[in-house]
Design a protein around this ligand. Structure first.
Ligand SMILES: NC(=O)c1ccc[n+]([C@@H]2O[C@H](COP(=O)([O-])OP(=O)(O)OC[C@H]3O[C@@H](n4cnc5c(N)ncnc54)[C@H](OP(=O)(O)O)[C@@H]3O)[C@@H](O)[C@H]2O)c1
Length: 250
């Protein structure tokens, strides 16, 4: 762990690539010391940390599997002890999707999706909430999906997990609001990352036809909204679902 040098800690789960990496870079550019989480892609996560430091920001690796409540609790305890301050901003971005028709959905695929996409976010939120409540400040941002709002054939487990995040976050916002802690959900649409690169041209074309703004977003389009929710400029916003979807779901 590098020398503590910033008072405002931001933890971004699944920050080794894609949307999470972009969020980590953006929050670092806003002055946060960013804890760059990953599960297995340590080399990629290290590159994200290096790029932040090269750009004059502050970050370090914080590897753990969000699906393990024990690993989550240990990691949060370790960083908050090391810095002597609680995590100020938590971005629950880590996620996977295992697509397939409902009739063929395997128990293990359902469990894995719920464990990472839903329970992982709950474990992380629970772990940071204790310090945030004591500090009477904090912003929790969930990266859900437009699929959690509108559903999608072949993505029933993923949409269940992502919809679950919405109900969970509304409860957290109600429970922690009086302690100065805010919680909001982003529901991205079609973002160009490794998660979406395997879509066929035909699938991409169908998607684009349904997006009023007519283009695929970049991870930065999500990161910019996260930065707003992490800042005091959004101090009166909590419990909200904010679509970053080019109008795909209105
Ligand atoms: N791309 C889109 O169009 C889109 C749209 C809507 C919502 N989203 C959501 O946005 C988030 C990021 O998506 P993305 O497209 O950037 O995905 P991605 O490129 O596949 O990256 C996923 C990230 O999650 C991490 N991760 C996976 N399992 C983990 C675990 N158990 N513990 C900790 N980290 C874990 C991965 O790290 P490791 O490699 O180390 O496991 C990786 O950093 C996801 O929650 C996704 O559902 C994406």
């Amino acid at each position: 762990m590098s020398e503590p040098n910033k008072k405002h800690l931001a933890l971004v789960t699944g920050a080794s690539r894609g949307i999470g990496a972009s969020i980590a870079r953006k929050l670092a550019s806003e002055g946060f010391h960013v804890l760059v989480n990953f599960a297995s892609s340590q080399e990629k996560a290290q590159k994200v940390v290096d790029s932040i430091i090269t750009a004059g920001g502050s970050a370090e690796l914080c590897g753990f599997n969000v699906a393990s409540s024990q690993a989550v609790d240990e990691a949060i305890e370790r960083v908050t002890k090391a810095y002597g301050v609680p995590v100020s901003v938590l971005v629950n971005n880590a996620g996977i999707t295992i697509d397939g028709l409902l009739a063929r959905l395997k128990d293990e695929d359902l469990d894995k999706t719920l464990d990472i996409d839903l329970k992982g976010a709950i474990y992380c939120t629970r772990a940071v909430s204790r310090g945030m409540m004591r500090a009477r400040a904090g912003s929790i941002i969930q990266i859900s999906s437009v699929i959690g709002e509108m559903g999608n054939a072949g993505q029933s487990a993923y949409s269940a997990a992502k919809a679950g995040l919405i109900g969970f976050t509304k409860s957290v916002a109600k429970e922690l609001g009086s302690r100065g802690v805010r919680a909001n959900v982003l529901t991205p649409g079609f973002i160009a990352t490794e998660m979406t690169q395997d879509l066929t041209e035909a699938q991409k074309e169908v998607m684009l036809r349904n997006i009023p703004l007519g283009f695929v977003a970049e991870p930065e389009d999500v990161a910019n909204v996260v930065a707003f929710l992490a800042s005091s400029a959004s101090r009166y916003i909590t419990g909200q679902v904010i679509g970053v979807n080019g109008g795909l779901y209105i």
